[in-house]
Design a protein around this ligand. Structure first.
Ligand code: AMP
Ligand code: MG
Length: 354
């Protein structure tokens, strides 16, 4: 299939170009588009055959549901049975933005979209290109991340091209996404609400908006898997490079010596075995590693920057001539919870605690 790459201004999207992309969505095509979190692979939610093509292009298991992206609240009303009061609170505070909520689905939402579930995941993205594309398509857009299933999510068009060129109709090139990790997902239908996936909107903020505690299960930290449908995607391998990745964690990130010493020791052991090692460190620690290939995810003082660099660095592991990678852990506060969730999963639970 021929894939068109269309360059669009991320802040002031050219309407003519986006109009063309919307036409492709309306006629049952697939368009990869930027959101503020990662690039999505979109189809009109009401066109079942188009939605099926998403699963095929990504090689995504059919029971892993998609998130439906909307540009106004009328669309939300048409997709769900009810809008609980708590959901409305979060919507008022956080939409458009990187927050996905789980609702009881209406009959017009196909089970193909929801992976067979009675619930549907919905969010209103805060990226001008995404919002305008949905508006011009005149249809909510079902979209998972625009990567081959299991690979790190795409945070720029180059990643989408690597994974999906030749398999979809259009790749919009609007540069880097803003946050670099996928949306926070909350199941609001339960009492108390449950965090299904940490993301850029921190749990601390959600508690503040709701004025109550929410449940953070181990799987949301990346420390366990769910086999039940509560958070279907979590049972699949995720965000993973194809080479081994070891995560070194500590319970106290105010002192980093122990962490660095452990990573350095592991590196030496691998080198003795003639293995080439990549150390993924932070700005604060990167100069401590001698005789290793080192990249930094960014400063610990700005975890948003670390999140932004995360997936491109995970892709780098496969691109570089190394046999194994060792990554430092980060504090689980704010977006740090999402960073650790992704790192634990990417490591396939290959975790060393110091
Ligand atoms: P992706 O957009 O690729 O990050 O994938 C969307 C993720 O949203 C899935 O892997 C699920 O974890 C989650 N999700 C989508 N729909 C539902 C739902 N109805 N209930 C619970 N989680 C959902
Ligand atoms: Mg995904």
């Amino acid at each position: 299939m021929e894939t068109k790459i269309i360059k669009i201004d991320p802040i002031k999207p050219e309407l003519k170009k986006l109009g063309y992309c919307a036409k492709v969505i309306k006629s049952g095509g697939l368009v990869a588009f930027p959101t503020e979190t990662v690039y999505g692979l979109g189809a009109c939610v009401y066109l079942e055959d188009a939605v099926k093509k998403i699963f095929k292009a990504k090689n995504r298991p059919l029971d892993n549901p998609l998130i439906v992206h909307i540009s106004n609240l009328e669309q939300l009303k048409s997709l769900v049975k009810e809008i609980p009061e708590k959901a409305q609170k979060l919507i008022n505070e956080a939409w458009p933005g990187p927050l996905t909520l789980i609702f009881k689905k209406n009959n017009n939402v196909s089970y193909i979209v929801t992976g067979g579930l009675e619930t549907v995941a919905i969010r209103m993205p805060a990226h001008p290109v995404a919002l305008k594309l949905i508006e011009l398509s005149n249809c909510p857009i079902a979209a998972p991340s625009a990567n081959i299933a299991g690979r790190p999510s795409p945070t720029n068009p180059k990643h989408v091209i690597e994974d999906l060129f030749g398999k979809i109709d259009i790749i919009i090139d609007a540069g880097d996404t803003f946050f670099g990790v996928e949306s926070t997902i909350i199941n609001i239908a339960t009492d108390p609400p449950v965090l299904l996936r940490p993301g850029p909107l921190p749990v601390e903020k959600i508690k503040e908006f709701l004025n109550e505690d929410i449940i953070i299960p181990d799987f949301a930290k990346g420390l366990a898997e769910t086999k039940v449908a509560m958070s279907p995607g979590t049972k699949y391998r995720h965000y993973s490079p194809s080479k081994p990745l070891i995560l070194v964690e500590t319970s106290n990130y105010s002192g980093l010596d122990k962490l660095v010493r452990k990573a350095m020791k592991l590196c030496k052991e691998f080198r003795k075995k003639k293995k080439k090692v990549l150390i993924i460190a932070s700005d604060e620690t990167k100069n401590n590693y001698m005789d290793c290939i080192v990249v930094s995810l960014g400063p610990r003082s700005n975890l948003y920057e670390v999140a932004k660099n995360l997936y491109k660095t995970l892709r780098l592991i496969d691109e570089l001539d190394v046999d194994v990678a060792i990554v430092e852990g980060f504090e689980e506060r704010g977006i740090g919870l999402a960073i650790m969730n992704r790192l634990r999963k990417a490591s396939g639970m290959n975790i060393i605690k110091v």
